[in-house]
Design a protein around this ligand. Sequence first.
Ligand SMILES: CCCCCCCC/C=C\CCCCCCCC(=O)N[C@@H](Cc1ccccc1)C(=O)O
Ligand SMILES: [Zn+2]
Ligand SMILES: [Zn+2]
Length: 478
Amino acid sequence: KGLKGREHQRAPQIPSQFSPGERFAMKEALKGAIRIPTVSFSPENLNVTALAEFGEYLRTVFPTVFKTSFIQHEVIGEYSHLFTVRGSDPSLQPYMLMAHSDVVPTPEEGWEVPPFSGLERDGFIHGQGTLDNKNSLMAILQALELLLNRNYIPRRSFFIALGHDEEVSGHNGAQKISALLQTRGVKLAFIVDEGNFILDGFVSYLKKPFAMIAVSEKGLINLRLQVNMTPGHSSAPPKETSIGVLAAAVSRLEQTPMPNMFVSGPTKMTLQELAHEFPFPANIILSNLWLFGPLVSRFMERSYITNTLVRTTMALTMFNAGVKVNVIPPVAQAIINMRIHPAQTVQEVLDLVKNIVADSRVQFHVLNAFDPLPVSPSDHQALGYQLLRQTIQSIFPEVSTVVPGICIGNTDSRHYANLTTGIYRFNPLYLRPQSFRSIHGINEKISVQAYETQVKFIFEFIQNADADQEPAPHRHEL
Ligand SMILES: CCCCCCCC/C=C\CCCCCCCC(=O)N[C@@H](Cc1ccccc1)C(=O)O
Ligand SMILES: [Zn+2]
Ligand SMILES: [Zn+2]
């Protein structure tokens, strides 16, 4: 299955076996990366000292990448990095590997070890960025460094794009790299970015892990709701205050979920392709969604994680009001973070929200918004998807099922939709519910073995991407 069996024509030439010295160096390199606190607080407030240090650090741990003649390195937007790796065969369309160097702010409290210590304990490297997303950044460069040290020369050209502000929009990193590549006339065969994982323990009844490659990602609206009222003495209050009106509005929103879009979205495809992994009778039910669609869509709503796959979600993330204990509050504001299901648009969701609130005293202000990303192909001709599938089967032979799905968060890859129709969001790592909660939470960690496997995965993936493909219509100059 996939790419008409062509993967068998060109297995990786260089085996993904690393010496004890290389294995030690790769984990130490990741620890060093975790120790640099590259925190993004807001688009205007990044730890630029740490970002600059991080750029210098990359040069010290990956010297071969930086000195190889067929690799061009450019710094974009001051702290993002673009590597152009020129392959020997310009008839093959280039692809791109992505990751980001910034991390979200985290409290110091609650961690088993300090978040920027990069400590190794019980076989795990601990710290902010070990899963999101310094692991990918370091693994990409590490795999390339190891390939170059084995005199590897790629056939297919590729780019490595490492953003520095993904956690706060990607406007100065990914967006600028994308604009630069567009001016150079680059068109990409596909992109691989962070996103979904090999999921283990997320779906009841499903005992075996499965790999979910995200072929789309949800859209986003950050919406501010505001109520203004005349202030006055609290001893003679009006019947309603700005706080009460706003609280009632957001409560109505929380009590009225957005419609279940299961029948119209890519999740139907996910479950159809997963059906055979379920025990009877779930396998029959999932194989006949034309009949059981409504039943399954209701079942998906029951867990807060699977619920994210079937509808636009709303999270009330900020609420501010009041100036003094004895003053009627003049303004109340709330921010709602919405993740738009691929079958809806920003405008449709805004119309629904206004209808649910149905109170003319509540003003709406869209802080930022974008529609869901188009669904990338996952058929047998989809090069990026099939290369991922092939490499998953080689590196994780115990994972029998690879399915397309949606990414519930947003990634920098959305800034590259102008360069390719094939955007795949996948981390070659196992994810269990507990580690899912550590992403943007506390106690983020990666096992040394999982990180080594991630390096191995990319080491093989880069070689698999050199395989012969359909003749390209024209030459691709970088
Ligand atoms: C039947 C299948 C069950 C599947 C369960 C799904 C489990 C979810 C698995 C992985 C999800 C990982 C989420 C990936 C997150 C993407 C990165 C991220 O956090 N982005 C931020 C950054 C951002 C983006 C845009 C604007 C502001 C910030 C985000 O989305 O908030
Ligand atoms: Zn991330
Ligand atoms: Zn993140």
